[in-house]
Design a protein around this ligand. Structure first.
Ligand code: 13P
Length: 251
């Protein structure tokens, strides 16, 4: 069985004052029955990791460079994230793919970098609205998954997040049947790629997850948690999502 994970992606939001939200979240979940992670912007990783030290809430990055160090102005390596206190790194988010032209091949070497640095890679896949309308959703996520997984990938250190591009920040979500279809498919694809360890890879859903819809989404088979954007910025909202995941585990 895969571990359950509630992961927050703060994107390009948050300054020092917002560390209070991270502290409040940790105080509300002193010993959660699921894994809880916040991924702030790079400038806050070290401070957040220190603020959360001794708590059950982990800190992660939102991207990394493939190389451990070198002449790459503005970039941050996986090793640097780990040293700053990160345990995880989000890779291949659709906003990186769109804003920075990241291909599956680029994402793949970043997944390798995360493994090298001992970080858990949260690999994101997801279709655009046009791709869904064209009936290509399963093909698109298969291609992204296969193209982004390094050879020799194992379940350990890997999380996969299904984030339909059209559901991110829009308040729209797929139906539970649509989520189930993609998550079942991703589980099968992972089994082909990495064998029986596929069942141990947490599969997260992301895209407009809110306190109001979290329980319904977490009840779907093969959904092991969520990657949450906007609703992870406030402890009140994210705490309700963590509680919904704990509730789903308890059932
Ligand atoms: P929202 O939860 O704001 O839709 O963002 C989802 C997301 O992109 C998380 O990585």
């Amino acid at each position: 069985m895969a571990r359950k994970l509630a992961a927050g992606n703060w994107k390009m939001n948050g300054t020092g004052a917002d560390l209070a939200e991270a502290r409040a979240l940790a105080e509300r979940h002193p010993s959660p029955s699921v894994e809880v992670l916040l991924c702030p912007p790079a400038t806050l990783i070290h401070r957040m990791a220190e603020a959360l030290s001794g708590s059950a809430v982990m800190t992660g990055g939102q991207d990394c460079h493939a190389a451990p160090k070198g002449a790459h102005t503005g970039d941050v390596s996986a090793e640097m994230l780990a040293e700053a206190g990160a345990s995880h790194v989000i890779l291949g988010h659709s906003e990186r793919r769109a804003d920075h032209d990241e291909s599956d091949a680029v994402v793949r070497v970043k997944v390798e970098a995360a493994r090298r640095a001992g970080l858990v890679a949260i690999l994101c896949v997801g279709e655009t609205e046009a791709e869904r309308d064209a009936g290509r959703t399963l093909d698109v996520v298969s291609t992204q998954l296969q193209g982004s997984l390094p050879t020799g990938t194992m379940a350990e250190g890997l999380v996969v997040a299904y984030e339909p591009v059209w559901a991110i920040g829009t308040g729209r979500t797929p139906t539970v049947a649509q989520i189930a279809e993609v998550h079942d498919h991703l589980r099968d694809e992972l089994a082909t790629a990495i064998g029986s360890g596929a069942r141990d890879v947490p599969l997260l859903y992301g895209g407009s997850v809110k306190p109001a819809n979290a329980a319904e989404i977490f009840a779907v088979a093969n959904v092991d948690g969520a990657l949450v954007g906007g609703a992870s910025l406030k402890a009140d909202d994210f705490s309700a999502i963590v509680a919904a995941l704990e509730g789903a585990v308890g059932e």
